[in-house]
Design a protein around this ligand. Structure first.
Ligand code: NAD
Ligand code: DAU
Length: 351
């Protein structure tokens, strides 16, 4: 750390992805006396250009590396002596987990184990696992009074959600067996800036802007509970600093919409015709409805989401309109050349 004293040193894994990058920006802005170290493998979903605005910030360090690489992770912990670890790094797309589950098990489960082993060895104050509401399975469409609470049994549908649930169980086991200080957050669907255009909202925005067909799975009646990404960041911040050791916290804002409603909202905002909608074969094992009960997080930590879906979707669409080059570079593959172009010659000089 080159002699500079920071109040806290925080490891953010997966910080070149969607939620992780938003969290990096949020933390650097909110805590000017914290050091934030991002460890990210830069898989297809990680985009270093997203972090360009903070690469020169003296409180920030980017390290390219794999959370499953035990030697790299151990050396990083030895060097940095982190106070907090926030684990966002994961394979995150359900459809990809159906195509090829292996990497989901490796990154999401074994990667979490490697990070926790290093956290034990170097005595972190808190290991926070960023989990998902998908570990609870799904709810029926016709029982709108049912919500996921922290007591809802784990019941997974996809290789992705099974890998996240396995990681959650391992995190709880490390807490009980080894007294590793942990918290887990389980959040509903996020949306906002820097989301990779394979996920529903950015996929539909980017395709509608090009007048391409909009592939809606099945009948489009599946329900998701949408949370603006910054509201997720504020919740993790509170849980990290004030959450109780060993606890699970649900995060969601009661913004339930069917997929068709979401797609129609996007079409309306962009003034594009409904004829772009194309119904396609359903996702295998497709969860019907997610709906979070966040009352524990509100009651114990005073967390409140601030962005309603109707406002957040407009802000998000505007962001994708204002930042076309960010997602167009992804779609044409240029972003994958970015690291080599910008940092290839500086490999090893990661500070
Ligand atoms: P994302 O796919 O956009 O980003 C994942 C990041 O992790 C990428 O930068 C990628 O390069 C990195 N990564 C992948 N494998 C790695 C490895 N082996 N080592 C180091 N880095 C690696 O994901 P996201 O949507 O930002 O999700 C972040 C976390 O939040 C995930 O754990 C996900 O399960 C969870 N989550 C996501 C949502 C959502 O709606 N997107 C909701 C709830 C929880
Ligand atoms: O609930 C939290 C989860 O939300 C996170 O844990 C995952 O990482 C994240 O990817 C997200 O999972 P979903 O499967 O809900 O998100 P996705 O954007 O892939 O799909 C949202 C809904 O839209 C889902 O019902 C499937 C549907 N869909 C998706 C795509 C990509 C379509 O109808 N067409 C599509 O092309």
């Amino acid at each position: 750390m080159k002699g500079v004293e920071y109040l806290m040193n925080v490891l953010v894994t997966g910080g070149a992805g969607f939620i992780g990058s938003n969290f990096v920006f949020y933390m650097l802005n909110k805590y000017p006396d914290y050091r934030i170290v991002c460890l990210d493998l830069l898989t297809y979903a990680g985009n270093l250009s997203t972090l360009e605005p903070v690469m020169a910030n003296p409180n920030f360090r980017f390290v390219k590396g794999d959370i499953t690489d035990r030697e790299l992770v151990t050396n990083l912990f030895k060097e940095e002596r982190f106070n907090y670890v926030v684990n966002f790094a994961a394979e995150s797309h359900v459809d990809r987990s159906i195509e090829d589950p292996g990497v989901f098990l490796k990154t999401n489960i074994l990667g979490t184990q490697v990070l926790m082993d290093a956290s034990r060895t170097y005595g972190v104050k808190r290991f926070h696992q960023v989990s998902t509401d998908e570990v609870y399975g799904d709810l029926p469409l016709d029982k709108t009074d049912l919500f996921f609470t922290e007591e809802t049994p784990i019941h997974t549908s996809s290789p992705y959600s099974a890998s996240k649930a396995a990681a959650d169980l391992l995190v709880q086991a490390y807490n009980r067996t080894f007294n590793l200080p942990i918290t887990i957050s389980r959040c509903s669907n996020n949306y906002g800036p820097y989301q990779f255009p394979e996920k529903l909202i950015p996929l539909m925005i980017s395709r509608a802007l090009k007048d391409d067909s909009l592939p809606v799975y099945g009948k489009g009646q599946n329900v998701r509970d949408w949370l603006y990404v910054e509201d997720h960041c504020t919740a993790i911040d509170l849980i990290l600093h004030r959450g109780k050791d060993g606890e699970v916290y649900n995060i969601g804002g009661h913004n339930e919409r069917t997929n068709l409603e979401v797609v129609k909202t996007i079409l309306k905002e962009l003034d594009k015709p409904a004829s772009l909608i194309t119904y396609v074969k359903d996702r295998a094992g497709h969860d019907m409805r997610y709906a979070i009960d966040p009352s524990k997080t509100k009651r114990e930590l005073g967390w409140e989401p601030t962005t309603l879906f109707d406002d957040g979707i407009k802000q998000t669409i505007k962001w994708y309109l204002d930042n076309r080059s960010w997602w167009e570079n992804i779609i044409n593959g240029d972003y994958q050349k970015y690291y080599t172009r910008m940092y290839g010659s500086r490999e090893g000089a990661t500070t």
